[in-house]
Design a protein around this ligand. Sequence first.
Ligand code: SF4
Length: 248
Amino acid sequence: MTAQQSTEERREALKEVFLVARSCERCPQLAQTRTQVVFGAGNADAALMFVGEAPGRDEDEQGLPFVGRSGQLLNTLLGEIGLQRDDVFIANVLKCRPPQNRDPHPEEIERCSPYLWRQLELIQPTVVVTLGNFATKLLRGDPAGIRTIHGRAEERVLGTRRVRLFPVYHPAAALRSTVNLGELRADFARIPELIAQGAPEQPEPVDLAAEPSADDVAAARAEAAEVPPQPAAPADQPAPAESQLGLF
Ligand code: SF4
């Protein structure tokens, strides 16, 4: 079980997931048009994880998330709350750039989300900040839009862990509007307080010795149906350099 893995084991497992993702061709169009897969980067044991939408042109070229204008704004906002990129982990809903930066298609999100769930499971963040509509809707499992719910922290179970989920505007939206920028900055100012609250109480671990009730079985089946399948690591690929993965 992931909960019993050491920090080093989780880090190594994250690299294995990266190995799978970097040659992924589940989305035929994106696999053809991308320059490279942008898996995510940062501190593999971060308390704070950001989830954006998808790589843009700069990210596609460099292989790292949030390195263009949106990334520069993200760095500035992090600095204003006393954090740096190597304090956090940053990933996207999609690991490949959609052509002309079009919106991700629902089937692409479905195909790619197992990587994100696995990242969340291995990094074990306390606070997950969703940047914009796509990440927010995916991780909340709810169609509520970012304009309505940004800045509202809530506890959510993501996979096997309960986290503090905090939706905010995508930095790209803040670059287009000073009003959005002001609201994003105000939401960012609350992040240190959320981190300081520590991890929420975790769901009860399953007692394997106990006889499950019919309700338990039904609940477990429903939960299993929601958890996406985990990607398997290919055996014949070399281990990635940590700089390639952007790990700190
Ligand atoms: S977007 Fe995700 S699922 Fe689709 S090809 Fe890229 S890595 Fe694979």
